[in-house]
Design a protein around this ligand. Structure first.
Ligand code: AHR
Length: 506
C-alpha cells in the first residue's frame, strides 16, 4: 500500500515502488528564508547561562557576554530571524527594565518559567546587537497582555526612529546612535492562553488598537495566532482585522504525544516515535486549513501564516528544573524537523515565516550547552542541511510512498520538498520516517536534463540516538553515496529514519 501526497491532495493507491515526481518545468513561489527562524525566550537556560554568560565571565570566550561558540554556530546555520523575548514571557516583559546601566536595572521574577529571579542584564541592546552579529533579523514579541499601547509604541520608536524624539534620544544616551530598524513585531503571544486568556473577538479589537499606534515604515505586524487546530481563532482574526493593519497571523503547534504524558526525550518506544511523527505531520493539515480560512478574507495572500512556535516537547531531563524545559534531542527530533520543513516549503505560498522552539537549551533546541561544553543537536544538522532552500524557488512535488505502520495506524514513510536556485541547481529534501526499512526511490525530474547528483545524509543506528557532551559528533551529516542517475531517472536508497538532501545539477 502506498500513498500519493502532493501539497493539495492525498490519494491512496497501490504502487510497486516509491516515486517522487518533481515538476522542474513549473516552478512555484520563492521559499522565504524566514521559514528557518528560531526562538529565544527568557526561559530556563536559553538566554541566561545558555547564550548569555555575562560580560565578566573569564572562563568561556564571549563577545559582550554572548558565547562566541554559540554565535559561530548560529552564523553557520544562516539563521534568518530570531524571535525574542517570548513566548509567555513576552506578555510580562517591561522592555524599559532592560536598558541603561546594567547595575541599576531592576530584578524581576520570571513568573512563567521556574519562578527564578532575573537581573535584566540581557535586554534590548544585547538582543539586537546579537542579531546583527549572527546576521539574523530580529523578531520582537511585544507585551500586550500586561503592557500598554504607550509602552509598545515607545519600544517601536526606541529601536526604529532615526529623528529626534524622547525614545531615540534615550537610545542614543544608552550608546546606540543609529536605529536597528526592526521589521518583525509580534503583537502579544498566545493571547488565548498565557498572553491573557482572551477571546478572539476581544484580542482582535486589542490588536487593531496596538497596530494603529505602531508607527514607522516597513513594519511587519504579526497577530498572536491559533493554538493548533483552533480554526475559529484564525477565522475571527481574519474577519475582524482590516488587511491594512496586518502582515502576519501566527500559529503554534507542538509535536506532543499527550500533554499529560509527554514521555522521555530519549527513552521512548516505537509507538511513541510513531505518535510524535503523527503530530509532526499534522502540521500539513493545520497549515492547509488555516490557509484556506485566510484565503476567504485575503485571496491575494498578502498576509503570511507565521508558525512562530513549533517542535517536539517531552518531559524535562531528570534532575533539571521542570520550569526550564530542558530536553535532549535525538534522531526523532531530526525527523520532526525534516518532515515539518518539507511541509512549510510545500506551502510556501502562505507559510512565509516560522520559528523553531527554541534555539538553545529549551525544547527542540539546535544547541545544548553545559558550562564550557557545547553540542549541536541532530535538529541543528537538519536545519543546516536544509538551508540551501532559503530564497530558492519551490518546485511542485508529488510523492508515491509506502506506508510506515504502527498497529492499524499508517503514515506515508516519505516526506519530500524541492527547490531550484537561480543558477538552476535543484535541491531535494527527503525524510524517511520508517525506522526499520531502507526505501528505494525513483525520482523523475521532468523534461529538463540533469547530469550529476551529490548529497548529504543525517542518520544513526537507532531513532533515540543523540549527541552528548562526551560524544558531540555521534550524529553529523555525512556524504550520501546512494543516489545515481539511471538514464533520465534519479534512483536512490533512503536509509531508515534518515534525512537526505540531494543536489542535482544540469
Ligand atoms: O516555547 C515554550 C512556550 O510554549 C512559550 O513560552 C509559549 O508561547 C508556548 O506555550
Amino acid at each position: 500500500m502506498v500513498i500519493i501526497i502532493s501539497a493539495l491532495a492525498i490519494i491512496t493507491e497501490t504502487f510497486a515502488q516509491n516515486t517522487i515526481i518533481i515538476n522542474t518545468d513549473k516552478p512555484g513561489v520563492v521559499i522565504s528564508k524566514h521559514l528557518y527562524g528560531h526562538f529565544a525566550e527568557h526561559l530556563g537556560r536559553c538566554i541566561y547561562d545558555g547564550m548569555y554568560i555575562g560580560e565578566q565571565n573569564n572562563q568561556i570566550s564571549h563577545t559582550d557576554g554572548v558565547r562566541n561558540d554559540v554565535i559561530e554556530a548560529l552564523r553557520k546555520l544562516k539563521v534568518p530571524n530570531l524571535r525574542w523575548p517570548g513566548g509567555c514571557f513576552a506578555d510580562t516583559y517591561q522592555w524599559k527594565d532592560g536598558i541603561g546601566d546594567k547595575a541599576k536595572r531592576p530584578k524581576i521574577v520570571n513568573v512563567w518559567w521556574g519562578g527564578v529571579t532575573e537581573d535584566n542584564s540581557f535586554g534590548t541592546h544585547d538582543f539586537l546587537n546579537l542579531c546583527e552579529r549572527i546576521g539574523a533579523e530580529p523578531y520582537l514579541a511585544a507585551n500586550v497582555g500586561s503592557g500598554t499601547v504607550k509602552d509598545f509604541s515607545d519600544w517601536v520608536q526606541y529601536v526604529n526612529f532615526s529623528g529626534v524624539s524622547p525614545m531615540s534620544d534615550l537610545r542614543q544616551k544608552n550608546g546606540r546612535e543609529k536605529p536597528w530598524n526592526v521589521t518583525y513585531w509580534g503583537v502579544g503571544n498566545e493571547a488565548w492562553g498565557c498572553g491573557g486568556n482572551m477571546k478572539p473577538e476581544y484580542y482582535a479589537n486589542l490588536y487593531r488598537q496596538y497596530a494603529t499606534f505602531m508607527t514607522g515604515s516597513n513594519l511587519f505586524r504579526i497577530a498572536s495566532g491559533a493554538n493548533s487546530s483552533d480554526y475559529n481563532w484564525t477565522e475571527v482574526l481574519m474577519r475582524e482585522i482590516p488587511l491594512h493593519l496586518l502582515e502576519g497571523v501566527a500559529l503554534h503547534h507542538y509535536s506532543v504525544i499527550d500533554w499529560n504524558k509527554k514521555g522521555s526525550a530519549t527513552d521512548f518506544s516505537e509507538e511513541q516515535y510513531f505518535k510524535t511523527m503523527q503530530r509532526a505531520m499534522q502540521m500539513g493539515e493545520l497549515v492547509t486549513k488555516h490557509a484556506a480560512i485566510m484565503d476567504k478574507y485575503d485571496p491575494q495572500r498578502k498576509v503570511a501564516l507565521v508558525v512562530d512556535e513549533w517542535g517536539g516537547w517531552y518531559d524535562v531531563e531528570k534532575g533539571t528544573n521542570p520550569g526550564f524545559l530542558y530536553q535532549q534531542n535525538t534522531m526523532r527530533d531530526a525527523m520532526i524537523a525534516g518532515v515539518t520543513l518539507n511541509i512549510f516549503q510545500n506551502h510556501a505560498d502562505r507559510v512565509r515565516m516560522a520559528n523553531l522552539a527554541q534555539v538553545v537549551n529549551v525544547l527542540q533546541a539546535v544547541i545544548l550547552t553545559d558550562k564550557e561544553k557545547i553540542l549541536l543537536t541532530p535538529t541543528y544538522h537538519v536545519m543546516e542541511m536544509y538551508n540551501v532552500h532559503q530564497e530558492a524557488t519551490q518546485l511542485p512535488v508529488t510523492v508515491e510512498s509506502v506506508m510506515y505502520s504502527n498497529g492499524n495506524e499508517k503514515l506515508p514513510a516519505l516526506s519530500v520538498s524541492a527547490s531550484v536556485t537561480t543558477g538552476g541547481i535543484v535541491h531535494i529534501s527527503i525524510a524517511n520516517i520508517d525506522s526499520h526499512n531502507e526505501l528505494p526511490v525513483e525520482i523523475q525530474l521532468g523534461a529538463k536534463h540533469f547530469k550529476t547528483v551529490s548529497g548529504r545524509v543525517l542518520t544513526s543506528e537507532k531513532v533515540n540516538d543523540h549527541n552528548t557532551f562526551e560524544a558531540p559528533n555521534k550524529i553529523i551529516p555525512k556524504d550520501f553515496a546512494k543516489a545515481r542517475f539511471k538514464g533520465e531517472t534519479l534512483v536512490a536508497a533512503i536509509s531508515p529514519c534518515s534525512v537526505v538532501v540531494l543536489e542535482v545539477r544540469p
